[in-house]
Design a protein around this ligand. Structure first.
Ligand code: PGA
Length: 258
């Protein structure tokens, strides 16, 4: 079964009102028709509402990069899923390796954030992946299984089917060093196998994205792999031409029956 490909731009902590308007206008002026794939961008919190307005005439959707638990409360500096939904987000990234590492998010917190996102009617993009050292010591599958299990423990198999999973090897993020299509495919196949083994409902329909130095030059070869359903794009999503080229690579594959 082929899933509809999904291309998501994770802007991280980049942008300004002016730069974002120019970038979004550039992208939406070149992606004018309905696409055979899903496309979303994830700007920083302060720019979401402005981005929602700019994206309105297009088919490109909006997402956020993080959320906190609950609907509202005394959590200075945090933003809830309900607020993200309110300003027009459809997606939210949860458990990005930068949050797990720099902000000490535990697997349990990531599980609870996934639940909070689902409760707020957002589609969580759950990031999993191993560090260079974990790969070198053959821990990749153990680490990813633990990250997936922590989420399954909180939400159960039925709700897991509503997620998008992003495999992001930490050593490939922002380094220019992408996993090869074969390396990515091997881990994607492991993730899909894990979902099947753990009886996650509709596991075949769950999209598994690859992230980590995706560029126009390597996008097609990565997305052509059987269990890769698109990409989570960091650096290259800040350049309209590069992001559009990546979207076009996905469109061409989807049109060719991927
Ligand atoms: P990158 O980032 O494309 O710049 O490697 C990907 C990500 O962190 O989502």
């Amino acid at each position: 079964m082929t899933n509809r490909l999904f291309i998501a731009g994770n802007w991280k902590m980049h942008g300004s009102l002016q730069k974002n308007a120019a970038l979004i206008t550039d992208i939406t002026s070149k992606i004018t028709r309905e696409l055979p794939v899903d496309v979303a961008i994830m700007p920083p919190f302060p720019y979401l509402a402005a981005a929602a307005l700019l994206l309105k005439p297009s088919s490109i959707q909006l997402g956020a990069q993080n959320l906190y638990l609950g609907q509202e409360g005394a959590f200075t500096g945090e933003v809830s899923g309900a607020m993200l939904h309110d300003v027009g987000c459809r997606y939210v990234i949860v458990g990005h390796s930068e949050r797990r590492t720099l902000f000490h998010e535990s697997p349990e917190l990531v599980g609870n954030k996934v639940k909070a996102a689902l409760d707020a009617k957002l589609i969580p993009i759950l990031c999993v992946g191993e560090t260079q050292q974990e790969r070198a010591t053959s821990q990749t599958e153990v680490v990813i299984a633990l990250q997936l299990q922590a989420v399954l423990d909180v939400i159960g198999g039925q709700r897991f089917a509503e997620l998008i999973v992003a495999y992001e090897p930490v050593w490939a993020i922002g380094t220019g060093l992408s996993a090869t299509p074969e390396q990515a495919e091997t881990t994607h196949a492991f993730i899909r196998g894990w979902l099947i083994k753990n009886q996650v409902a509709e596991m075949q329909g769950i999209r598994i994205l690859y992230g980590g130095s995706v560029k126009p030059e390597n996008a097609k070869a990565l997305f052509a792999m059987p269990t890769i359903d698109g990409g989570l794009i960091g650096g290259a999503s800040l350049n309209a031409d590069a992001f559009i080229a990546i979207c076009q690579a996905a469109c061409a594959l989807q049109a060719a029956g991927k």
